[in-house]
Design a protein around this ligand. Structure first.
Ligand SMILES: Cc1cc2nc3c(=O)[nH]c(=O)nc-3n(C[C@H](O)[C@H](O)[C@H](O)COP(=O)(O)OP(=O)(O)OC[C@H]3O[C@@H](n4cnc5c(N)ncnc54)[C@H](O)[C@@H]3O)c2cc1C
Length: 336
């Protein structure tokens, strides 16, 4: 059982900054995230995109913002349970919440902050009948460790930034033996630079670009061996391949949290803007996961919400203590 002051569900930018604000009040945090790394949407969807509306940073890459938030939180030694979705919440007879993950890891605390963003990311899967039997046996929907593609033939599918950027990466770094990028249209949705680079690399024979085509079949005994590509005009062709990587984006879903008895509106958790508390005393919801009048799904707004929520959490945990706002410029950052 992991004991802490605040369990934060979601290690996105908002959850991470909340660790810092809680730490200033001497409250310890433990973060749970279904993804294998911290950073939420910033790390998973757009780590290489510049953000222009973080105060004090005229521009910062989303991935760098997460590195900075991790560094800022580090004096307060947050705990992490990564790669495990929080699936249930209970209360014990000492009025503490017990949050259990899909792998059975239990966390106990008087306060829970849900910073679950768009929820548990689920990959959009192409409609291929037997695709599930090849999952982790040659089919991956997210590239977590590019090293597994060393000297392999990889068929990447998709028309957005992920498909373009990973095709470039796997080919340029000479990781994959061969990269075949399959896209159902002849135009791409990704950044113009990335599109141009893929076209240039295709002309040089560094990437095989197959447009107006889709992967329609997978063949193999245990592990993937062949991919069937159906071209809109030229019909079917079978390619020997070690990996099929469909990068069609991630579809958000509130997931198990939707069944926790929280008041919801259009898939988001309703909160009181006084302190971002939910209808369940002791549970707060901050960042993209919450809703209220005039809500803006911006990182900046989530930082503010987390800051106010920990002040309220402090009053719940220490009703006998008066909390006086102390500037970091005066008090510094005194970690654990
Ligand atoms: C392409 C793109 C560009 C953007 N550009 C900007 C911008 O320029 N400026 C800006 O301010 N915002 C921008 N945003 C929005 C910004 O990314 C979000 O507002 C921000 O990520 C919200 O942070 P969060 O911590 O609330 O949630 P998220 O970043 O969504 O993180 C939530 C985390 O919770 C986890 N989680 C959810 N449910 C569970 C569960 N049950 N168990 C365990 N873990 C769970 C998820 O895995 C996820 O890691 C952009 C978004 C996108 C997609």
């Amino acid at each position: 059982m992991i004991q802490t002051d605040i369990i934060i569900i979601g290690a996105g930018p908002v959850g991470l900054f909340t660790v810092f604000e809680a730490g200033l009040l001497k409250l310890r945090c433990h973060l749970i995230d279904s993804l294998g790394q911290p950073g939420g949407q910033c790390s998973e969807i757009y780590p290489k995109k510049p953000i222009y509306d973080i105060p004090g940073f005229p521009t910062i890459l989303a991935g760098e913002l997460i590195d900075n938030l991790m560094a800022q939180a580090s004096p307060f030694k947050p705990g992490f349970t990564l790669g495990e979705a929080a699936v249930s919440i209970d209360k014990d007879d000492e009025n503490q919440f017990i949050v259990t993950t899909i792998k059975g890891t239990k966390h106990r605390a008087p306060i829970v902050m849900i910073a679950g963003g768009l929820g548990v990311f689920e990959p959009r899967k192409p409609p291929i009948d037997n695709i599930s039997s090849f999952e982790n046996n040659g089919v991956e929907y997210i590239i977590r460790n590019p090293e597994i593609y060393q000297d392999k033939v990889c068929v990447v599918a998709g028309g957005g930034d992920s498909a373009l950027d990973w095709s470039i990466y796997l080919a340029e770094k000479k990781i994959a033996k061969r990269v075949i990028l399959v896209h159902r249209s002849s135009s791409f949705r990704g950044h113009l630079d990335s599109v141009q680079r893929v076209i240039d690399m295709a002309e040089k024979g560094e990437i095989d670009l197959v447009t107006e085509a889709e992967v329609t079949g997978l063949v193999g005994s245990n592990f993937l061996q062949e991919v069937i590509i159906t071209h809109q005009k030229e019909g079917e062709r079978v390619i020997n391949a070690d990996h099929f990587i469909p990068l069609f984006g991630l579809k958000p879903s509130l997931g198990p949290i939707a069944d926790w008895g929280l008041e919801l509106e259009k898939g988001a958790i309703k909160v009181n803007t006084l302190d971002y508390s939910t209808n369940i005393p002791g549970i707060y919801a901050i960042g993209d996961v919450n809703t209220y009048t005039n809500k803006l799904k911006l990182i900046l707004c989530g930082f503010h919400e987390g800051t106010l929520a920990v002040q309220s959490a402090f009053a719940r945990i220490h009703p006998e203590k008066k909390n006086v706002l102390k500037y970091t410029t005066v008090n510094g950052v005194n970690g654990f």
